[in-house]
Design a protein around this ligand. Structure first.
Ligand code: PMP
Length: 404
């Protein structure tokens, strides 16, 4: 603990919505990051599910640096070869006919909501602008995406949300049947709720969403900001569960840690959009898209996604062992390498305490929902590294159990 203190700071110029204390990280290598005092941490958080290919990837650095020397920014008044190349990977001409690039998950969802509204208002009429989302949902902090986010803590301080954002219970088929009608432009949904506690869509709910949305001509937006690009073992999580998404939003792992987002839209939406109705200054610049093409090729490359599924099975087995050992672990949730332990919290065991002790022992973990420990390691993690992380977590849980 004395050692770690050297790399902690309370002196920062960030606003009070952030933690009062920060760990200052200095560099990364593979699945490890190092703080400014030189202490090494195994990262089971990947910078909130971003660093799919880990840290210190030489290819990424070389691609970004070569592109930086050539051309950094042109705006959306022009385009570049890296942007065209990456767009052609995302847009296959069948399912999706266009991609809108942005810089963050929130922006990807803002774009999705705007495109869905354009489509709906121009197809069904001006009153058909509503957006349905679900309990536990997290879609972002900008005002549009925020309105469809569930947790009131993020919304209440900011006054009225945009009109027409309605929220019903996740996985409740009856409520869906009662609530959905033609006045909705779209439903926005996560296959696994990354921030809201790692609950997953049930089979029944997926099939009800597919049927009821078709019936009422309501678009399905799959928010794959956290689940997309292999995190759940499928390229897109919606395909893994048979969710018939019209629009997919991607961001976190898309550009190897650089800010980039993509909103994939089909032809029937794209044909309703007119020049100048949406845009961005930075989105889809040449540096981020050049890196994104490389990341895409790696993740869609032979054996990569199978590897994620194998690692997921291995990690799940290890988490099951922990659950059998510690009665305060209630449930294991999630999919792929987005897994969590629901903790039965009491005054001695809580998720933040587990995270703090783990950090001191050299393992970084995330929290999700109220009481769920989230594990989202880089997708390139090895079995040995998984075992190393589990051993640290086990020792933390053991000490907490002894104090009970
Ligand atoms: N949607 C989902 C599912 C997310 O997990 C997040 C971020 N955690 C967002 C949207 C918002 O992304 P950003 O913070 O990049 O705006």
């Amino acid at each position: 603990m004395a050692e770690i203190k050297k790399a902690l700071t309370k002196e920062h110029g960030f606003p009070k919505n952030y933690s009062d204390e920060f760990l200052i990280l200095d560099k990364g290598e593979g699945v490890y990051v190092f703080d400014v005092a030189g202490k090494r941490y195994l990262d089971f958080g990947s910078g909130i599910a971003v660093n799919a290919l880990g840290y210190g990837n030489k290819e990424i650095a070389a691609i970004a640096s070569a592109q930086m020397e050539k051309l950094v920014h042109v705006s959306n008044l022009f385009t570049t070869e890296p942007a065209l190349k990456f767009a052609s990977k995302l847009v296959d001409g069948k399912r999706f006919s266009a991609v809108h690039f942005g810089n963050s998950g929130s922006e990807a969802n803002e774009a999705a909501i705007k495109y869905a509204k354009l489509w709906s208002i121009r197809t069904k009429g001006p009153e058909c602008y509503k957006i349905l989302s679900f309990s536990g949902a997290f879609h972002g902090r900008t005002m549009g995406a925020l309105a469809s986010t569930y947790n009131n803590k993020y919304k209440e301080p900011f006054g009225p949300m945009i009109p027409g954002a309605e929220i019903i219970e996740y996985n409740n088929v009856e409520k869906l049947k009662e609530s959905l009608n033609e006045s909705f432009a779209a439903v926005i949904v996560e296959v696994v709720q990354g921030e809201g506690g790692l609950r997953s869509l049930s089979k029944e709910f997926v099939s009800a969403l597919n049927d009821i949305c078709r019936k009422h001509k309501v678009l399905i937006i799959a928010d794959e900001v956290q689940t997309g690009m292999g995190r759940t073992g499928d390229l897109f999580a919606c395909d893994g569960v048979g969710l018939d998404a019209d629009i997919i939003t991607l961001s976190k792992p898309l550009a190897g840690g650089l800010p980039l987002s993509a909103t994939l839209i089909p032809d029937y939406v794209n044909e309703k959009v007119k020049v100048g109705e949406h845009g961005t200054t930075f989105g889809g610049g040449p540096v981020t898209t050049a890196v994104a093409s490389y990341v895409w090729d790696m993740i869609t490359g032979e054996g990569f996604l199978e590897g994620v599924k194998e690692k997921s099975a291995f990690l799940t087995g290890k988490l099951e062992d922990l659950k059998n050992k510690y009665s305060f672990i209630k449930e294991i949730r999630g999919k792929g390498l987005l897994l969590g332990l629901e903790i039965d919290e009491n005054d001695r065991v809580d998720v933040l305490k587990i995270m703090g002790e783990a950090r001191d022992k050299g393992l970084l973990l995330l929290k999700t929902g109220v009481n769920v420990l989230r594990l989202a390691p880089p997708l390139v993690i090895s079995q040995d590294e998984i075992e190393e992380g589990i051993a640290i977590l086990d020792s933390v849980l053991k000490e907490l159990k002894q104090k009970l």
